[in-house]
Design a binder for this molecule. Structure first.
Ligand SMILES: NC(=O)c1ccc[n+]([C@@H]2O[C@H](COP(=O)([O-])OP(=O)(O)OC[C@H]3O[C@@H](n4cnc5c(N)ncnc54)[C@H](OP(=O)(O)O)[C@@H]3O)[C@@H](O)[C@H]2O)c1
Length: 252
């Protein structure tokens, strides 16, 4: 039997979700990772977690499909048994969508995709997982530095992440009596597939962002993963209801 802590990380088939899964694994935490359709990427994360010395399990979950949450949660208890666990210690709501268009070009479907995934999915997944959360536990919702600074064509995305931050703070109050901490991590521009991979592949954009960042470059996924794992750790057990920006000092 394995008595390690258990984390659930959404959207961990790639990007920041994978980095968070790996950072948690390096700290001795087993990971349930979810993916929407990319089973190959999810399996790669599972293998990487195992190489880091912990165990992982990949489960399919579309965060925009809240009707699928009750059956997903109903099957989860059974999945924890091989690890000798009955509860989740850490929940990382990482899965998110950014569609960047000027006001005139934002379609209703784009608006709904961002709100449904970033806000609705995050809120109802926390609600659905509550019976399975340990007391104490840590919930970390991934926001964005764009809730603090502005950039053209980001209104809906930034508003969705602002909603994530406000619901995080309010749920921290509601869940405090159970010892459940709720915080948001707000990454700055980070080199992943996000926004078509621009922060990784577009040298002009990287140079422009670097010039506006105190530490002089864009972020790397591992830097966000480490921050998430650190926030989930006991060393920060007295921290709740906070927005922690991890951006190298972007657009100060
Ligand atoms: N990279 C940045 O600069 C940056 C900055 C601030 C905040 N963030 C936030 O950080 C989080 C991770 O972003 P990333 O950089 O890793 O981006 P990414 O490489 O585009 O990855 C996004 C992840 O979210 C998943 N996802 C999207 N919609 C989903 C749905 N309906 N159901 C389940 N999974 C879904 C994706 O799954 P698929 O592979 O199936 O698409 C993927 O795993 C997001 O919340 C994003 O808003 C990123």
């Amino acid at each position: 039997m394995d008595s390690k802590k258990i984390a659930l990380v959404t959207g961990a088939n790639r990007g920041l979700g994978r980095s968070a899964a790996l950072a948690l694994a390096r700290r001795g935490i087993n990971v349930i990772l979810t993916y929407r359709g990319d089973g190959v990427g999810a399996q790669e994360t599972v293998e990487a977690v195992r190489a880091a010395g912990s165990d992982a399990l990949a489960l399919r979950l579309d965060i925009a499909d809240v009707a699928s949450f009750p059956p997903f949660v109903a099957g989860l208890g059974e999945r924890l048994q091989p690890w000798g666990a009955t509860r989740l210690d850490i929940l990382v709501n990482n899965a998110g969508v950014g569609i960047f268009s000027p006001l005139e070009q934002v379609g209703v479907a784009d608006f709904d995709a961002m709100m449904d995934t970033n806000v609705r999915g995050t809120f109802f997944l926390i609600q659905a997982l509550l019976p399975l959360m340990a007391d104490p536990a840590s919930v970390i919702n991934v926001s964005s530095s764009l809730t603090r600074h502005t950039s053209p064509a980001t209104a809906v995305y930034s508003a969705s992440k602002a909603a994530v931050e406000v619901l995080s703070r309010t749920l921290a109050l509601e869940l405090g009596p159970r010892g459940i901490r709720v915080n948001s991590i707000a990454p700055g521009p980070t080199a992943t597939d996000f926004n078509g991979g621009a922060m990784r592949d577009d040298s002009d954009m990287r140079a422009g962002l670097a010039a506006q960042t105190a530490l002089g470059r864009v972020g790397e996924p591992a830097e966000i993963g480490d921050a998430i794992a650190t926030l989930a750790s006991d060393g920060l057990r007295w921290v709740t209801a906070q927005r922690i920006e991890v951006s190298g000092g972007a657009l100060l």
